[in-house]
Ligand binder design. Structure first.
Ligand code: PLP
Length: 408
């Protein structure tokens, strides 16, 4: 008789977005005359850059002609033209990555989850709380022990390593989803030192690197000394170039990154990953890889930065409003996310209902990302400027009314 993977039974149900949808449906059924402003979505809202659309169309045409048709891509790592383009991008970020240290994928989420395949089940996994749920879920599915480093008000929602705790696999995300916080070079040096001392691997998610505006904040873990010895980086075109519906990302594993097998032999992590991907992944479509290549051209970069600037303007407006209202938050700068403190001891679901009922603004309750999110709320800048401005006007009125009522 078939036996199921019982690790799934011990996982909490994935209720966050289902619960949100249910509450929104109930509200709109009851109040059809009150339109909602959705500030909870983590999906982009602006259309693809024209250069990516053109490249995809050209590639689709090539696929319809016998002489230029392409089937499986031979290496499975992604076309060289795209890996070269990504390597060129890394040079602009200030670090040297060889095209053959890069593998193209269908978005960072798959690799964030699948990378667990190449590590033993008995590794101890360390991640921050709050956390992007994929890291936790994929390790729970394979029955690994997870320990959490608290990201909280005291450390600016940027947890740092604790020398008394041992870990083998460490997940970091900067700019962070959901907290919007970013790690400085000095902070990342501490994480890299900690990983090397523990013989651990760092899995660094840089899906939001393009939102970093502060020149002092590293946009790749490889801008940090010694990171090549311990870090895997995962990045994506989803948020930087609006590829959430196109699907393309890349994972970097430097050749220096090795681990010892139980017989003492030294094994390259990139070889294990190539073996894993070779068995279970047949690559990203040719038109999508051509679209991604177009994003890395100077014109492509110009076009995607127009969209990013649009979201950044929204983020600034939210941040300015929260500052004006004296609401404590992280993010908004170097990040499309704003992570704010719920008022007057409300928990994140109470605040969700409060904003929904009072001003019809929808965000994401922080509790969905971990215990340190119980009194926090995530707003995103992936919206129109008009909606963002309207939501902020409503927030100002609401807080002004509250203060008038409470007398301060
Ligand atoms: N990493 C983080 C932190 C994210 O927030 C997301 C998406 O929201 C992803 C990775 C995955 O993005 P994708 O699979 O679309 O590349």
């Amino acid at each position: 008789m078939i036996r199921i993977n019982e690790n799934f039974l011990s996982m909490e149900k994935n209720y966050l977005f289902i619960d949100i949808a249910k509450r929104l449906r109930a509200y709109t059924d009851e109040h059809p005359d009150k339109p909602l402003i959705r500030m909870g979505i983590g999906d982009v809202t602006l259309p693809l850059a024209p250069c990516a659309v053109d490249a995809m169309k050209r590639a689709a045409d090539e696929m319809g002609v016998k002489e230029t048709f392409r089937g499986y891509e031979d290496s499975g790592a992604g076309y060289e033209f795209l890996r070269e383009a990504v390597a060129g991008y890394y040079r602009q970020l200030g670090t040297d990555i060889s095209p053959n240290e890069i593998r193209i994928n269908d978005g960072a989420k798959s690799d964030c989850g699948n990378i667990t395949d190449i590590f033993d089940k008995d590794n101890v996994v360390l991640m921050t709380d709050p956390v992007y749920p994929v890291y936790a879920d994929s390790n729970k599915m394979s029955g690994r022990r997870i320990i959490y480093a608290d990201s909280n008000e005291e450390n600016g929602f940027a947890a740092m390593p604790d020398e008394n705790i041992r870990a083998d696999i460490i997940y970091l995300c900067s700019p962070n989803n959901p907290t919007g916080s970013v790690y400085t070079t000095a902070q990342l040096e501490k994480w890299v030192d900690y990983a090397i001392e523990n013989g651990a691997v760092l899995i660094y998610d840089s899906a939001y690197e393009a939102f970093i505006t502060d020149q002092q904040i590293p946009r790749s873990i490889y801008c940090v000394r010694n990171a090549r010895r311990c870090a895997i980086e995962m990045c994506s075109l989803s948020k930087t170039a609006g590829f959430t519906g196109v699907r393309c990302g890349y994972t970097v594993i430097p050749h220096e990154l090795t681990a010892r097998a139980s017989d003492g032999s030294e094994i390259r992590i990139s070889d294990l990953w190539a073996r894993r991907q070779g068995s279970k992944f047949n690559g990203v479509s040719y038109p999508v890889q051509r679209a991604a290549e177009a994003v890395f051209t100077p014109e492509g970069q110009r076009q995607i930065h127009e969209n990013i600037a649009y979201y950044q303007r929204n983020a600034r407006l939210i941040a300015d409003t929260l500052n004006r209202l004296g609401i404590s938050f992280t993010g908004g700068e170097n990040s499309p996310y704003i992570w704010l403190k719920c008022p007057d001891g409300m928990d994140s679901w109470e605040f969700f209902d409060y904003l929904l009922n009072e001003i019809q603004v929808v965000g994401t309750p922080g509790a969905g990302f971990g215990k340190n999110g119980n009194d926090r709320f995530r707003l995103t800048s992936f919206n129109s400027y008009e909606n963002t401005a309207e939501a902020m006007e409503r927030l100002i009125s609401l807080y002004t009314k509250r203060r008038n009522v409470s007398g301060h």
